[in-house]
Design a protein around this ligand. Structure first.
Ligand SMILES: Cc1cc2nc3c(=O)[nH]c(=O)nc-3n(C[C@H](O)[C@H](O)[C@H](O)COP(=O)(O)OP(=O)(O)OC[C@H]3O[C@@H](n4cnc5c(N)ncnc54)[C@H](O)[C@@H]3O)c2cc1C
Length: 471
């Protein structure tokens, strides 16, 4: 990971930090911890970004409590690092400047389900699977499904997506309104529950993807979907990653409203077979799913089958019963752990890029060749219907030569995606790990405008400093 080009803000003055910890301790009692183990649990742990624990962790239960924490930290210029479930992949929850981690896990109420409006209001600590378990009886679901049971607050903050995004969009399209505590400690409501509005600046979209750098999200209004009448899907092997990507491109360009279309390269299929006890052919494979009426789903599947055959795809294995479908998609969601199990002791470095769909095959094929040439142990998998794919190098971090090769590979991967008018991250975000790519992607004037916004909202740089950009 490269150091940011500008120096980070200083750590807080020790006296100021003491005043904050004493103030929080007096108000929150055992809900404030400075124990080393608790602080360590609240640093980045899922990838090779080195952990940087906060000085203290506090567990609020209400928006007003969050506001009180932020006001106290603002008064003493002490950093505030919001925390959901800590599954972000680019060092997002690290505390490079120290400060107080605000763990939103105890704000986990599902406040309202407005079935007639297809929306709901939740606290940020609710996880995506808990929300869906709650909604199932009402025939509703929330489609965004990162491969981890992340908190909805963290998913808003990272502008997350998942396997269903090709049909239902990302968090950007599915957040209706937010309540947030901004760095001054004020509580702000960004929008009403109306599905559309032309009233003023879009503060909701400003906060979606802000990675905790502009405020702490304390309430979220989300769009919901009706559970489709019919769902069908299955898996189809291909002779090469290019062929699988070409089938994906044609599917999207033909306007087939596929709900999920996921690529796993041969190494990832082998890993899933071993980890999830599947018996798939070890070839580049597309996992697909169609949603709609019985007739609609049949037609979509037939059209996809024709495209797959045209691209040299093998026989399509259907998973019609809910149970076998769930097993397949659970295996897809467990792909990260399956890959890790292939190289015990190695660290997984999950990185993602996204390109316009017409460039997908070129980008994946070149990346696959680069991986082989550089001798990197990695798998490729991705939400390819959006042009988004992940590469998961498995790295022996004790081997400096291997670490350097993986760094070089990631730099080339991102340069390749940017040269194809893509992005350095389709869904994981910038965090600490990708700060140096922001200017390359957006250009200096756009990043300077982002800095102006950050400085205006957070003049003392207390909100998750050292992430996204240095103001
Ligand atoms: C196995 C695995 C698979 C994954 N698959 C996907 C995937 O398919 N798609 C995808 O998009 N991501 C994926 N991720 C990444 C991760 O799950 C997402 O980034 C997720 O959105 C993070 O949520 P979290 O609750 O863990 O947030 P955290 O990691 O706790 O926090 C993430 C960021 O959000 C901020 N934040 C958290 N809560 C709040 C809040 N209430 N208010 C303001 N800021 C807040 C934090 O400060 C931090 O900057 C995967 C991760 C793993 C480990």
């Amino acid at each position: 990971m490269k150091a940011p080009t500008r120096p980070l803000r200083d750590r807080p003055d020790p006296q100021a930090l003491r005043a904050v910890v004493e103030g929080l301790s007096a108000r929150f009692g055992e809900r404030l911890s400075t124990a080393e183990a608790v602080r360590a649990q609240h640093a980045a742990t899922v990838t090779w970004v080195p952990p940087q624990p906060p000085d203290a962790v506090v567990f609020p239960r209400t928006t007003e409590e969050v506001a009180a924490i932020v006001r106290l930290c603002a008064e003493h210029r002490v950093p505030v690092v919001p925390f959901g479930t800590g599954s972000s992949l680019e060092g997002h929850v690290n505390a490079p400047c120290g400060g107080v981690c605000v763990d939103l896990g105890r704000m986990d109420a599902i406040l309202r389900v407005n079935a007639e409006d297809l929306d709901c209001v939740v606290e940020p600590g609710v996880t995506r699977t808990r929300l869906n378990a709650h909604l199932r009886d009402q025939g509703l679901f929330f489609p965004i499904d990162p491969g981890y049971d992340a908190s909805l607050g963290g998913m808003v903050a990272c502008r997350a997506s998942g396997t269903n995004a090709v049909r239902y969009g990302t968090m950007r399209e599915n957040v209706v309104a937010l309540t947030a505590v901004v760095p001054s400690g004020e509580i702000v409501h960004t929008a009403s529950r109306a599905r559309k509005s032309s009233a003023g600046y879009d503060l909701t979209r400003l906060l979606v993807g802000s990675e905790g750098t502009l405020g702490v999200i304390t309430e979220i209004t989300l769009r919901l979907q009706g559970i489709p009448e019919a769902i069908s899907g299955g898996v189809c092997p291909f002779p090469s990653v290019r062929a699988a990507c070409e089938a994906t491109i044609l599917t999207i360009q033909s306007g087939i409203p596929v709900a999920r279309i996921e690529l796993l390269d041969a190494a990832q299929v082998a890993a899933c077979n071993a980890y999830s006890k599947l018996a798939l052919e070890e070839a580049p494979t597309l996992f697909v799913e169609f949603h709609g009426s019985e007739a609609g789903v049949r037609e979509q599947a037939e059209r996809f089958g024709e495209i797959a055959r045209e691209c040299g795809g093998g026989s399509f294995a259907w998973a019609t019963e809910a149970e076998s479908r769930t097993r397949l998609w659970q295996a897809r969601h467990d792909a990260y752990w399956a890959a890790l199990a292939r190289r015990p002791g190695a660290k997984g470095v999950s990185t993602d890029v996204c390109v316009p769909i017409s460039r997908l095959a070129d980008c994946v094929e070149e990346t696959s060749a680069d991986m082989a040439q550089a001798g990197i142990v990695a798998t490729i998998l991705g939400h390819v219907g959006d042009g988004n794919f992940h590469v998961l190098p498995l790295v022996d971090t004790a081997d400096p030569d291997e670490v350097a090769r993986v760094h070089g590979f990631i730099e080339r991967l991102i340069a390749r995606a940017l040269s194809m008018e893509g992005t350095c991250t389709g869904e994981h975000g910038i965090g600490q790990g990708k700060m140096h790519f922001l200017e390359e992607e957006h250009g200096a004037p756009a990043v300077e405008l982002m800095r102006v916004i950050k400085r205006a909202i957070d003049p003392h740089d207390i909100m998750n400093p050292g992430k996204v950009l240095v103001p």
